[in-house]
Write a protein that binds this ligand. Structure first.
Ligand SMILES: Cc1ncc(COP(=O)(O)O)c(C=O)c1O
Length: 194
């Protein structure tokens, strides 16, 4: 075995052990997850009883999983209507986190990106909704743009999309990537829609 081969093997083994210890052997990450999720639940006034606790589920690649769920939901709906399911797409701004590009590539979904303009550095809701068609599995917005940290105008996106959905019956949903800004968004109304 060459040196490089050995290194690769070791890295793979460490990866296996790490993921095993993360979820099965060490209680620390789980207890941290649980504390954070309970704080967030309180901030959002989740209906949790006095002696109840919210249970967390820490994972990696939650975005890809959410994307896959959107794709499957769209496929189920289209199949039930006897419509083709071979050309799914996702609408996002070019400023979204790289996970959406990866999701689109790995799960064979066309990535329809709203370009930014010189004085507007987040996804323009009107342009995004214009790009939505019957094959759109969702529109992915972000609270805390990857480029600038700016929050996208999710309320306007929702209003415009609801209008389009009412006209077309496409039922296109919105996913909000709040990985970086969701915690702050819970604390002030002014952050929730610019
Ligand atoms: C803004 C943002 N979105 C999405 C992700 C991806 O998260 P996950 O691995 O749970 O899909 C990250 C991870 O750092 C992130 O910072």
């Amino acid at each position: 075995m060459t040196g490089t081969g050995q290194k690769l093997n070791i890295r793979r083994r460490v990866g296996e052990v790490n993921s095993l210890s993360f979820c099965c052997l060490s209680p620390t990450p789980t207890s941290l997850d649980n504390r954070c999720v309970n704080m967030i639940a309180n901030l959002f006034h989740a209906p949790v009883g006095q002696d109840e606790a919210v249970i967390s589920c820490g994972i990696v690649a939650s975005s890809e999983s959410a994307g896959l769920a959107f794709k499957m939901k769209w496929q189920h709906r289209r199949k039930a209507q006897g419509l083709p399911i071979d050309k799914p797409n996702i609408v996002t701004g070019v400023n979204v986190q790289v996970c959406w590009e990866k999701f689109a590539r790995y799960f064979e979904v066309e990535l329809k990106e709203v370009k930014l303009s010189e004085d507007y550095y987040v996804m323009d809701p009107a342009k995004a909704v214009e790009m939505v068609d019957e094959n759109s599995i969702c529109v992915a917005a972000i609270l805390g743009s990857t480029f600038t940290g700016e929050f996208e105008y999710v309320k306007l996106l929702n209003d415009l999309l609801a209008e389009k959905n009412a006209k077309t019956a496409w039922e296109t949903p919105i996913h909000v990537d709040a990985a970086s800004g969701g915690f702050i968004a819970s604390m002030g109304e002014e952050y929730q829609c610019q």
